[in-house]
Design a protein around this ligand. Structure first.
Ligand code: GLN
Length: 485
């Protein structure tokens, strides 16, 4: 049952072939067996999930179907506020935080009928590319437990790949949905900035953060996106444009689609196995009628440095609210306010978070603002312009999602710069605000998943889903990791 697609599971519940309770019970027992091996969940909600499942079954019996996820067990990254359910962002500073409200994403998946199994592990405050920076300990890759799952939504990607939920919702500020999806052999989409409400999604870098689906198939990801996308007046950057039928878009095909191949993304540093797999993805698109076009995105080389000014700058400002006064952890026994605040933050934040706060504070300091932050904003405009010009000639852009398959646990924790390089192909989309998807397209010689990334025009998630679905159909791959148990 745990290998079913989300869409099949939803249909089975609607057709009364299986009850939501049976489905939920099966996944909860799978979590119990599998999760100790991968540490993908930080909170599991067995009683609440069974209660919700029973309520969904009762509705079915009365002919009520709430929405496309009715009765289907899913889970979310522990960055989305859940009313009365601990929301930690994998940080000591929020370890006992019970939000007084649900994030819009949570409201929407609930009103679509989904059953919430639990909250998933992540890098602290979504800063990281390996899910090793969590106060709950690292997540392990279900395909090879000596490897990391990618990050920061590594708990969600690993949980989906391990068949412990039918889909999940993650967040992506510089690649945190797409990169772990690639490394765990599942589908992950970062929608256009403004597509999915950020209300109740704990902020890292507000001009880059975007929530999106992680699932085992492209149509499943499309189904979740349809539910979570759409205007929300509680997020001032939410954009009021209609939400199309994303599931239908997965059937469109790619006849006549122009696929751009950016020269800069296929340069040095790409692992051979990744190059081979992405080439196969391209071949499959061409065999179904797409046309390859070589393009250039000339400012690509500046994306990483630009991101590592803008993201920490916004983070240092967003994280100023964790001061021990209003909520979260407070250091005990301090003499006076300043000591309380500084000890709260020293004890509550992990090393990577402190590094980002220091970089951001420095970059925003008087005297450095123009040299760093101001300049980074200008380069951001150039990067966006690169994409706009490219999209005059192509419909989508194909690249690797990550330069290598999953690396070993511990391999990069002590070397932040090498860790940052994991996101070299994903970060430009966040800076430009455009949508991106990662879809599995091969396996490395040692059996590790590899993903292809497709980037699209603002609000054209449909073309990405159409192309990704073709790659998925043309390159059949196992979707549930072969963890015993
Ligand atoms: N790995 C990148 C970082 O550490 C991106 C993280 C993300 O997308 N949340 O900032």
């Amino acid at each position: 049952m745990h290998e079913w697609t989300l869409l099949d599971a939803a249909k089975a519940v609607r057709d009364k072939e299986i009850s939501s309770r049976e489905l939920t019970r099966a996944l909860l027992s799978r979590i119990e067996r599998i999760n100790p091996k991968i540490n993908a969940y930080v909170t599991v909600l067995p009683e609440a999930a069974m209660r919700e499942a029973a309520a969904r079954d009762e509705e079915i019996a009365r002919g009520i179907v709430r929405g496309p996820l009715h009765g289907v067990p899913v889970a979310i990254k522990d960055i989305f506020c859940t009313k009365g359910i601990r929301t930690t962002c994998a940080s000591r500073i929020l370890k006992d935080f019970d939000p007084p409200y649900d994030a819009t994403v949570v409201e929407r998946i609930r009103s679509a009928g989904a059953v919430l199994l639990g909250k998933q592990n992540m890098d602290e405050f979504a800063m990281g590319s390996s899910t090793e920076m969590s106060c709950f300990g690292p997540v392990l890759n279900p395909w090879a437990t000596d490897r990391i799952p990618g990050g920061s939504s590594g708990g969600t990607a690993a949980a989906v790949a391990a068949g412990t939920c039918f889909a999940g919702v993650g967040t992506d500020t510089g690649g945190s949905i797409r990169q772990p999806a690639s490394l765990c052999g599942v589908v992950g989409m970062k929608p256009t900035y403004g597509r999915v409400s950020r209300y109740g999604m704990i902020a890292f870098a507000s001009s880059l953060d975007q929530g999106g689906p992680i699932a085992r198939t492209v149509p499943d990801a499309a189904a979740v996106l349809s539910v979570i996308a759409g205007y929300d007046r509680r997020d001032s950057t939410s954009v009021d444009v209609p939400v199309p039928d994303y599931v239908a878009a997965t059937e469109r095909g790619v006849k006549g689609m122009r696929v751009g191949l950016p020269r800069e993304y296929f340069a040095e540093g790409v692992d051979d196995s990744v190059r081979t797999a992405v080439t196969k993805a391209l071949t499959s698109l061409i065999s179904l009628g797409a046309e390859a076009v070589e393009i250039s995105l000339p400012h690509t080389g500046y994306a990483l440095s630009t991101y590592y000014i803008i993201a920490p700058a916004e983070a240092s400002s967003n994280l100023a609210r964790y001061d021990g006064v209003r909520y979260g952890y407070r250091a005990a026994g301090a003499k006076g306010l300043i000591e309380m605040m500084s000890r709260t933050r020293a004890e509550g934040f992990g090393e990577e978070v402190k590094r980002r706060v220091m970089i951001g504070t420095y970059a925003l300091s008087a005297g450095y603002y123009d040299a760093y932050y101001g300049k980074a904003q200008k380069v951001r405009t150039l990067l966006r312009r690169d994409f706009n010009e490219a999209f005059d000639h192509v419909d989508v852009i194909l690249t690797p999602t990550a330069p290598t398959p999953a690396f070993r646990v511990g391999e990069k924790v002590d070397d932040p710069l090498t860790m940052y390089l994991s996101d070299i192909y994903t970060i430009p989309a966040n800076l430009a605000g455009i949508p991106g998807i990662s879809v599995p397209c091969g396996m490395s010689p040692d059996g590790l998943p590899i993903g292809a990334q497709l980037l699209g025009k603002h609000f054209d998630e449909e073309s990405l889903l159409a192309a990704a679905a073709v790659i998925e159909r043309e390159i059949p791959l196992p979707r549930v990791a072969p963890l015993e148990g």
